[in-house]
Ligand binder design. Structure first.
Ligand code: ATP
Length: 443
């Protein structure tokens, strides 16, 4: 299976099995938007829940936040986004297409045979101009410039503008972090590679505030911890790497930035950036708001503006990485089987329950087991078709366990549990099913 082929197959499986659909499809779609179907919404939520659990719930030094998507326009002037959140845009006067000037070589002119923009004699590319990626809208009934606001292109500013609120309303002490998961919007010039680069997507971000003299240590700690998180959830091996930015790549205020990158079917792409942002953001908000956002240290009696480490991850981009990593095809008894090998923690459905046949009390027994398990996990009941077919459908959905109720169940109160990856089957007691799953699903 070639790598381009793999992406095509994955996109098709995502549509067919209800992971991801093109946005507004019955109206011809809307470029750069995607809808998460019944399986996709569970996968995406499992990723977000794993992140929240591991970075907020189980830590004493990180608190959560859910700030508004619409913010006062001055926030984006202070953060620098209004002036500088731009990509270089090039137009073609002949075909009216638009391209990112820094991605011309990887872009395709709409003419055939496929070539890069500028390679046909008819191409008339303009000089590159700066294009701001923030979407605009208006608050209130009048569409005038005073009412103009932006859809946030990141969640980070919500954490900075609430820094004082969090300090005043909780007992946090440095070092501490504020974490947020939420939608972000960027008017990407060329959304592409499925959900990798879309115009509406989800972010999982932490702003970790610390004393300036400890910031290097926390930068390294977060960088390594975030890398280990992806490994733990299954992106191990040669498809994951950490790339430290060169000095010339760094933003003027940044002391250090690392990207966690995944090897997607088309090549390496950023999953998460971990940036040492110094005190830039808080200082900018102090300047623009006129409010005191400094921190007073009770022990040393010092007042200062904390430094910030920012791990910023894409939840929807991570969803694509986990899908790519999980996708496998293999020959089983002369037939091709497609399987999504998610870690059980991320799998959308944890177990499928099958009555072997639709008679002899098997559906009733299976439904009772299903109802019991449903109290704890998303499980799926299926009684249609040959059991082999049902296994294959669950393999494609990434369901780690299938539980079959057969004739023997009525006799000795046992069921068959079939494991997705090894396809091995074992009989266990009905009473043990819950304990069996509990033990294996935390991985
Ligand atoms: P890129 O260089 O890929 O445009 P970026 O460096 O602008 O990304 P950041 O501003 O650091 O990205 O955003 C943090 C994370 O948000 C990225 O690591 C990525 O996972 C995710 N992300 C950014 N832009 C998009 C997008 N258009 N669609 C989906 N996820 C995105």
């Amino acid at each position: 299976m070639s790598e381009t082929n793999k992406l095509e197959k994955l996109v098709s499986l995502c549509k067919r099995r209800g992971f991801v659909y093109p946005g507004s499809e019955i109206y011809g779609g809307l470029t750069g938007t995607w809808d998460y179907g019944p399986l996709g919404v569970e996968l995406l939520r499992n990723i977000k829940n794993a992140w929240w659990h591991d970075n907020v719930t189980t830590r004493d030094d990180v608190v959560g936040l859910d700030s508004a998507i619409l913010m006062n326009r001055t926030v984006w002037q202070a953060s620098g986004h209004e002036g500088a959140f731009t990509d270089p845009l090039v137009d073609c006067k002949t075909c009216q297409s638009r391209f990112r000037a820094d991605q011309i070589a990887e872009s395709a002119c709409p003419r055939k045979p496929s070539k890069a923009p500028g390679q046909f004699s008819e191409c008339q590319l303009t000089e590159a101009r700066k294009f701001n990626l923030m979407f605009k809208t208006f608050v209130g009934p009048v569409e005038e410039s005073a009412a103009m606001v932006y859809l946030r292109p990141e969640t980070a500013q919500g954490m900075f503008v609430n820094f004082k609120n969090v300090c005043d309303s909780t007992r946090v002490k440095l070092p501490f972090g504020i974490a947020q998961i939420g939608k972000a919007f960027r008017n990407e010039i060329t959304p592409k590679q499925f959900i990798f680069r879309s115009r509406e997507f989800e972010l999982m971000e932490i702003e970790y505030f610390c004393k300036p003299q400890t910031s290097q240590e926390y930068y390294r700690e977060w960088r390594d911890r975030r890398f280990a998180w992806y490994q733990k959830l299954g992106l191990a091996g040669e498809n994951l790497r950490l790339r430290e930015h060169e000095k010339e790549e760094l933003a003027h205020y940044s002391v250090g930035t690392s990207d966690i990158e995944y090897k997607f079917p088309w090549g390496w792409g950023e999953l998460e950036g971990i940036a040492h942002r110094g005190d830039y953001d808080l200082q900018q908000h102090i300047k623009f708001s006129g409010k005191d956002l400094s921190y007073f240290d009770d022990e040393t009696k010092e007042r200062f503006v904390p430094h910030v480490i920012e791990p910023a991850a894409g939840a929807t981009r991570a969803t694509l990485a986990f899908l790519c990593e999980a996708y496998a095809e293999e020959q089983v008894e002369g037939e091709m089987r497609t399987v999504l090998r998610f870690k059980p923690r991320l799998a959308p459905v944890k177990a499928a329950i099958f009555p072997l046949v639709k008679k002899d009390g098997m559906p009733e027994r299976a439904a009772a087991i299903c109802q019991d398990l449903q109290k704890h996990w998303p499980v799926f009941y299926d009684e249609k078709g040959a059991v082999g077919r049902r296994y294959r459908r669950q393999d494609e959905a990434g369901t780690p366990f299938c539980i079959t109720i057969d004739g023997q169940t009525a006799e000795d109160q046992t069921v068959t549990v079939r494991e997705r990856d090894s396809m091995l089957q074992q009989r266990i007691g009905v009473d043990h099913v819950k304990g069996f799953l509990l033990e294996r699903l935390s991985d």
